[in-house]
Design a protein around this ligand. Sequence first.
Ligand SMILES: NC(=O)c1ccc[n+]([C@@H]2O[C@H](COP(=O)([O-])OP(=O)(O)OC[C@H]3O[C@@H](n4cnc5c(N)ncnc54)[C@H](O)[C@@H]3O)[C@@H](O)[C@H]2O)c1
Length: 351
Amino acid sequence: MNPAKGKENSPLVIVTGGAGFIGSHLVERLLKDGFQVAVIDDFSTGSHDNLKDFAGHPQIQIASCKISECVHLQEWVKKAVFIYHLAATVGVELVMKSALQVLEDGFDETRVLLRAAADAGTPVLLTSTSEVYGKSSRDSFDEEDDLLIGPPGQPRWSYACSKLADEFMAFAYARERQLPVIIARLFNTVGPRQTGRYGMVLPRFIASAQNRENLKVFGDGFQTRCFCLVHDVVEALVRLQKCPSAAGQVFNIGSTEEISILELARLVVSTLESSSGVEMVPYANAYPLNSNRDGLERSQISPVVDDMRRRKPSVGKLHHFTGYVPRTSLKEIILITARSLAPTAGGHQGG
Ligand SMILES: NC(=O)c1ccc[n+]([C@@H]2O[C@H](COP(=O)([O-])OP(=O)(O)OC[C@H]3O[C@@H](n4cnc5c(N)ncnc54)[C@H](O)[C@@H]3O)[C@@H](O)[C@H]2O)c1
C-alpha cells in the first residue's frame, strides 16, 4: 500500500468493506469511472480474490485492517470527496454465532468513521439493510415506515439493531455536525463473488444444483424475497453519490421481482437444467443454538429463527432522486451468478 501513489488530480473515494462482495464491485466501478479509491478492509469476510482483477491498478490503495486501526484514516478522509461505508459483519449464520462482534464492531467502527468524516466534512453513504424493517407485514417497505424489531433474546435481531444504531448515529451527525449522510437500505443482493459460506441462499442453491445435490429450503419455503443483481445495486450507489439532494435521506435499493424461496429453488434447478431435488429443512435443524451460553436460560432464547415472510422494497424514492431502479431479471441473475461460481459451497440462507 502506498498512500502517495495514484494520479493526484483524480478525486479520491473511500470504500470501507471494499474487499467484500458488494464493495469489490463498487471499487471496480469507481476505478473504471476514473476515481482514486482507498479500500479499508480487515478481510474478515472479504478476500484478496475479490480484488484480484484490479488490485494492481495504479489508482487503488488498500489498507488491510479495521477502520479503527487504519493509520491513514484521517489523511484519506480529509482528501476524499466521498466515503462509502460497507464494512460490517454480514450473514445470518455469522450473526447467530457472534452477535457480540456484530454489535460491538458495528457500533465502534461506524462511530470512528463518522467522527472522522464530520471533522473533515466529507459526505458518507452508509449501507444499511432491509432487516431493519423487521417483522413488518406490509406488502412493500417504504423508507418512512415504522420499524418492528424482534426481542433482544434472539441474536438474529442483533444485525438489524446494529444497522439501525448506525442509521441513528448517522442522522445525529447530520443534525449536530452538519455531516452530509445518505442511508442506503439494501435488500437481498446477489451475483458474482458472493459466497454461500455465510448464509446466502442463492449461491448455496446454485452450488447445490451444479453439484447435483438437493437444494435445502428452510421452513415451509413460502417466505418470499426479491433478489437484485450486485451491478444494479452498484449503479444505484454511484447515482446517489452524484445526487446532492440525497443527503439526509434514506433509500431502499433492491429488486421488486418477488419470489418464494421454494419457487427460487425450483427456478435454479430448471434454469441450470440440473438433476437436483429440493429438500425441506425445519428451521430448528438449520440454525441449532448452543444452550445456556453466556448464562442465559434456554427458555430465554427462542430456538426458532424469526424468518420474515416477505421483504419487498418500495423503490419509488430511489427512482425519483436518481432516475434509476434495478431491472435485471431473476433468470438472468441466476445465469450470471452460476457462470461465476466454483462448483462447491455450503451455508445457510439469508442475506
Ligand atoms: N449482500 C446483501 O444482500 C446485503 C443486504 C443488505 C445489506 N448489505 C450490507 O452491504 C454491506 C456489504 O455487504 P456484503 O454482502 O458485501 O458483505 P461482505 O461480508 O462480503 O462485505 C463486508 C466487508 O467488510 C469487511 N469488514 C467487516 N468488518 C470490518 C471492519 N471492522 N473494518 C474493515 N473491514 C471490515 C469484511 O472483510 C468484508 O470485506 C454490508 O454493510 C451489509 O450489511 C448487504
